[in-house]
Write a protein that binds this ligand. Structure first.
Ligand SMILES: [Fe+2]
Length: 132
């Protein structure tokens, strides 16, 4: 999936981070096409984990500052993301690299971008814009 300016929430720091996530997902696709090594995938999952910690903190702080009613649902969804991807990361450590795991990662990450970044987060964007 490619970034499009229609996905912008209008909050510069958050939009910049969302673009980083599109790039990360792109990097994963590219790495998988060219044959990824376990240590590359490990590095990528560490990047994703660091990204998620930074990004969710900022996004939730913005939502809390504006008394956004969707905050709790967002927090829960973010927590599920962190938990799920850390499980997949753990799976890489214990079972090693497999086509099943890489396919799942690709699907889950692009699914997250589609359903969350260009879905649920857009509702917050509309709310933010309505607040002026
Ligand atoms: Fe979010």
């Amino acid at each position: 999936m490619k970034w499009n300016k229609k996905y912008a929430l209008g909050i510069a720091a958050i939009d910049a981070q969302h673009k980083q996530l599109f790039r990360l997902s792109d990097d994963l696709d590219t790495a998988l096409q060219s044959g990824i090594r376990t240590e590359d995938l490990d590095a990528l999952l560490i990047r994703l984990k660091q990204y998620a910690a930074r990004h969710f903190t900022l996004e939730e702080r913005q939502m809390a500052d504006l008394d956004y009613a969707g905050l709790v649902e967002q927090q829960e969804t973010h927590e599920e993301f962190v938990h799920h991807f850390s499980e997949l990361h753990q799976q890489l450590a214990t079972d090693g690299l497999s086509a099943g795991l890489t396919n799942l990662l690709q699907q889950e990450l692009s699914g997250w971008i589609r359903d969350h970044v260009t879905g649920m987060d857009q509702e917050f964007g509309s709310f933010y814009k309505s607040r002026g």
